[in-house]
Design a protein around this ligand. Structure first.
Ligand code: SF4
Ligand code: SF4
Length: 311
């Protein structure tokens, strides 16, 4: 597996990044033992970079995996808006993975220049922690091309984690070309880029080979985060990262769907939480527009009735 530099952040990572959202309670809800098993399997196949989040609750999976896979570069992210929330999230990450150093710590789901400005105190704290050697690099994750452009105004941000895929799926404020142009600008500032959702959360599964080839060969993208839930998926993704696309064909039929149980009470919390604006309340129940949904599972987390599932 190729090792690449994440822009000028100082981090070296594998071309393929193991995205742990898929194993989290938001999606497949794997046990820490099963999640760790997959992470170790990927490590043995050469993957050296993993991504998680405060929200995902996969620190236990990662902590177990690190016993056999100690050289994983860890990326995490959290909803921090001031010093206190940033400090608390960083401490949770340290405790969660049982390390006193996090390679990449990002502000989660940033939307715009205004969101970043509103969270500048958290950024300042994280940058101080970087200077103290407790964080390798500071970054921001986003579904907005405009936010990627805004990141260049914040010297603390050395990595961006944008949604970028062949079909432009999930980009909230424009097309794939808009995001490519924003990412090109970020790269001019030496910002490292690792892309999320190369298969558009499942929408591009029918053309998975082409979608992965785009993400893995684009000169704009340093590394690609992919959720993998079996040894076969790891094998296929490692193979295509190493130039052999054929094993991807066997994964083409795997579709995802969102399910809303009929005991939904129509409270609307899920609709407020969905940044893709994919949920509306119709006749007193949540209805999900699958053409907008990227199957992140974040809505399921806020449902008081536990009636949303990614299946
Ligand atoms: S949060 Fe749950 S109960 Fe409320 S509208 Fe959404 S699915 Fe229904
Ligand atoms: S509907 Fe739920 S799973 Fe789909 S994009 Fe919105 S928050 Fe994510």
């Amino acid at each position: 597996m190729r090792s690449v530099r994440l822009g000028g952040s100082g981090l070296s990572v594998s071309k393929l990044c193991f995205g742990t959202l898929t194993m989290s309670p938001l999606q497949r809800n794997m046990s820490p033992e099963r999640g760790a098993e997959l992470l170790v399997y990927a490590y043995e196949r050469g993957v050296r970079f993993l991504d998680t989040a405060d929200l995902y609750e996969t620190y236990p999976h990662i902590r177990l995996a690190l016993r056999k896979a100690p050289d994983y570069v860890i990326s995490t992210k959290a909803y921090c808006y001031d010093r206190a929330t940033a400090r608390a999230a960083l401490e949770r990450a340290f405790r969660g993975v049982d390390r006193e150093y996090i390679d990449l710590f990002m502000l989660h789901e940033q939307e715009s220049l205004y969101t970043l400005r509103g969270h500048e105190e958290a950024l300042d704290f994280l940058e101080e922690q970087r200077a103290l050697g407790r964080i390798g690099a500071v970054g921001a994750s986003t579904h907005y091309a405009g936010c990627v452009r805004a990141c260049v105004r914040f010297p603390a941000i050395r990595v961006v984690h944008p949604i970028l895929n062949l079909g432009g799926v999930g980009i909230r404020d424009g097309s794939r070309e808009d995001m490519e142009s924003a990412v090109a600008l970020a790269r001019e500032y030496g910002i490292g880029v690792f892309a999320m959702k190369p298969l558009g959360g499942g929408h591009l599964i029918a053309s998975n080979r082409e979608a992965m080839e785009y993400a893995l060969t684009s000169p704009l993208i340093d590394s690609v985060a992919v959720g993998m839930q079996s040894a076969a998926e790891i094998d296929a993704n490692v193979a295509i990262a190493e130039g052999d696309a054929a094993p991807m064909d066997a994964l083409r039929g795997r579709r995802r769907e969102m399910m809303v149980h009929d005991y939904c009470e129509g409270c609307g919390r899920c609709a407020e939480r969905c940044h893709q604006r994919a949920i509306s309340i119709v006749d007193g129940r949540a209805r999900i527009d699958s053409s907008k949904c990227v199957f992140c599972g974040y809505c399921a987390r806020v449902c008081p009735q536990f009636c949303i599932k990614v299946v």
